[in-house]
Design a protein around this ligand. Structure first.
Ligand SMILES: O=C(O)CCC(=O)C(=O)O
Length: 273
């Protein structure tokens, strides 16, 4: 089972997580490299995002090369979403139930938005290759397992993820396995290693350590599968691999002015247009 946190109805109503819940979530994330947070967004809000997304970004729904989108597999792309209505709600970058957990994962040090966008798999997309989101922080991967998290992905599906639409397959705990290639060799085949396919519903959120081995599964449905795919980084970290084609965070000057002062530092790497 994927490690999961279900906030109580009191925590959801008050938008405040009990410190014991945050600590429990932190320990689960640290040990497993991923964590499912159930029902942290209202489905009405995500459905609203979905409608705008389908209207605004449907020019990416073709299997071709884009100058501002990264091809991340068969019929699969990573794009940047501009921070503007309805994608400008602080809920999306500083959710009151998630933010304290992110803060704890970064050991109460400063952090920033590393990217703000989506991954799209088109109907018929095949399973993605297994990968970490950044394979090359250090040439020698042995140090990986010794480090605290330096980057986290926050994945928020805009449609239900199920056996037809597919989901993101996760090799639980692999963020701490230093030499993955050797590990696979010893265990013979990566597919035989234990993994989880978390089926998320609209409103759920999945946090992933950047080091976890994962793969987007095939989209066997007839519909595009868009997942909001944002990340948080330590201030010193930049993802040169996934963002050599597009700005990782894009916001207009007017929208930037609307960001609450306490969250402005999250946008330290944003391209302000
Ligand atoms: O398509 C997905 O489910 C996730 C894609 C992904 O995780 C990635 O490309 O890093």
């Amino acid at each position: 089972m994927i490690p999961t946190i279900k906030f109580t109805s009191k925590e959801i109503a008050q938008d405040v997580a009990d410190p014991s819940t945050v600590l429990n979530a932190y320990n689960l994330f640290k040990a497993n490299g991923c964590l499912l947070l159930e029902k942290v967004f209202s489905s009405a809000y995500i459905k609203d995002l979905y409608s705008s997304f389908m209207e605004r970004y449907n020019h990416y729904f073709y299997d071709k090369e884009y100058c501002d989108a990264l091809k991340i597999g068969d019929k699969r792309f990573q794009i940047t979403i501009e921070v503007k209505p309805p994608f400008n709600d602080p809920l999306l970058y500083a959710h009151p139930l998630i933010y304290p957990l992110i803060k704890m994962i970064f050991l109460n040090q400063q952090f920033k938005l590393g990217s703000f966008g989506a991954v799209i798999s088109l109907p018929g997309a095949k399973q993605q290759h297994i990968h970490r989101d950044n394979p090359s922080l250090f040439e020698d991967e042995k140090v990986y397992g010794l480090l605290p998290s330096f980057a986290i992905t926050m994945s928020v599906p805009m449609v239900d993820l199920n056996e037809f639409s597919g989901t993101t397959r996760l090799w639980i705990g692999s963020h701490l396995i230093p030499d993955w290639d050797l590990y696979i060799k010893l265990k013979f085949e990566s597919e035989k290693l234990p993994y989880e396919d978390p089926y998320l519903s609209v409103g759920d959120c999945l946090l992933m350590d950047y080091r976890i081995q994962h793969a987007g599964l095939a989209n066997q449905s007839e519909y595009v599968r868009p997942i909001l795919y944002n990340s948080y980084f330590c201030p010193w970290y930049k993802d040169w691999i996934n963002f050599d084609k597009q700005y990782p965070v894009l916001i207009s000057e007017t929208e930037y002015k609307n960001v609450p002062p306490k969250f402005k530092q999250l946008f330290m790497d944003a391209k302000i247009v």
